[in-house]
Design a protein around this ligand. Sequence first.
Ligand SMILES: [Zn+2]
Length: 169
Amino acid sequence: MFDTPIARRLDSRKLCDAEQLINGYIEVAELDGLLAYLETDKGRVQVNLQFQRDERHRPIVTGLVEVKGVEIICQRCLQIVTHDLRVDLNVAVVLDESQAEKLPAECEAWIVEDGQLNLRELLDQELVLSLPIVSYHADCEVKTRYGDAGAEQQQESPFGVLASLLQKD
Ligand SMILES: [Zn+2]
């Protein structure tokens, strides 16, 4: 299902008119913005997006974008910690700022001046926003002078709680 690379350029208008479902992948190594926050370029972004028009005929892209196991530096022990990133995408493709301003508040605008959607650019930005604010190992051994690492960590990152649950299996 996710074994084909996503095309460099997508004609958003055509895809929306045809109510096309797009499945495929983008390598993390192709996303420069995201890479700036990562320690390695490991990982493959799985893309599952529905192109369609809403009741007001606006081109809309919705769906799920996920990447498992990106490698970030743990801010406590400075070793690699892996994270899964996930974006629930819901954007309207618009041609300029004035169209963007007319969108309802809950709808995010993606400005595509020539109608050719560069999905890498869009997903790069969205994935950066999905990064954890701080990244720590769930069970990081290093104690800091601020106190017990484990107790502090649980409040800071939902990933930490999830990771510790998974490790019990
Ligand atoms: Zn650590």
